[in-house]
Write a protein of this length. Structure first.
Lengths: 197, 197
DNA sequence: TTCGTAACTTAACAGTGTTAACTTGACTGA
DNA sequence: TCAGTCAAGTTAACACTGTTAAGTTACGAA
């Protein structure tokens, strides 16, 4: 295994074991028994290294989302399944999720912003499915791109409330997830509103 | 003005000007022309200092939320108003918002977790209002605490997608906010579902 | 065999939070 | 008035951080 691969796999180990905040160049190097500066022969800087890890994780998430989309019958079930996959991924890979979606680009200024766009491919999938739902007269008519972002923002909200430990202990986590996804998917469906107020 | 107050106000200035990541004890001290260790005479550590700032900010947010709740007529309008206030606060105070809701307690291990609960008072307000809406047969019947968290998670999703710069440039930010809040508030209303699929 | 280069090293810089030990100045009790 | 106490500040230091510059070493080709 090349040193570059060792750096990546050791980084991932540390990331999972100790979290993003504890991942340092020196710690990675120490664990491989190599000097810290050697990492710079294979990666421009820490941001570059982290983004390389990110790209692998985002690939995995997108594969899982795609599989969920394909296994569901009809837009509503598909959106529900992909929502569940998304939330599950976030909770099962908290450290990766944090880097993927909870780190501000400003904190990684030296890495091309273009790369951040890869983290958005998932929304294209959602937008597609919402478009189909609208055409099938199952979803309320609205702009699919905007609706997909709105849907994603809500899913991200669920994950991040849990990961950031802002959920009250009185609230059961699984109930919370189920209730939230129910509300979110229901929100897409065509319905007769009862006039507010 | 006491040194303690100077530390707090200078911290806030740096926080707004340069962001959470650039706020350091030495920088605060340098700006007041005092030694870095003097800060430790007034605050146990950096976490303590940051939490003190947090408590002031959260007070402001809660005042604004309360005002919104009181100015609206009926549960639906009230929830919409408080949602708008929340999102606006997040976007107008990005640095404070980040510390309040986007920092993991694990990153501030030395400060009592109890203090994080203050950041939750807002949900009590939401839960109250949802309870009223359910009793008035305007909102779908569900557990108010869980529904309030779900609502808050969705609002947090909106704010954090924008602050984390994960919103596509094709999507207009204000449209996105409006669409999302529409969907979220509509999701609370009683409706006749058209069977999915 | 010499040259060039890739892959590594050590030493150093500037920054971080934090602690221990020291100084300074003002107020207090005898 | 003078010693004692104590709070509020100081400097020096430790153990970290990312990163760069310069030096070494080993190997493969001409």
């Amino acid at each position: 295994m090349s040193l570059k691969d060792q750096i990546l796999s050791t980084s991932r180990t540390i990331l999972k074991r100790e979290g993003f905040g504890k991942l340092s160049m020196r710690k990675i190097a120490r664990e491989i028994a190599v000097s810290a500066t050697s990492i710079y022969l294979h990666f421009d800087n820490k941001d570059h290294l982290i983004h390389t890890l990110m790209e692998e994780s985002i690939g995995e998430l997108h594969r899982e989302m795609r599989a969920a989309l394909e296994s569901g019958h009809g837009p509503a079930e598909r959106v529900r399944l992909v929502a569940e996959v998304y939330v599950t991924f976030g909770l099962e890979h908290p450290q990766e999720y944090e880097v993927l979606f909870m780190v501000r680009p400003e904190e990684m200024p030296r890495y091309p912003k273009e790369k951040f766009r890869k983290a958005r491919i998932g929304y294209e999938m959602l937008a597609d499915e919402i478009h189909k739902g609208v055409e099938a007269a199952i979803f309320e008519k609205r702009d699919p791109v905007s609706a997909a972002y709105s849907l994603w923002a809500q899913l991200h909200g669920i994950v991040s409330v849990i990961l950031n430990r802002r959920l009250d202990t009185r609230v059961d986590q699984n109930d919370f997830i189920k209730t939230s996804i129910d509300t979110i998917v229901d929100g897409l469906l065509i319905r007769d509103r009862i006039p507010a107020n």
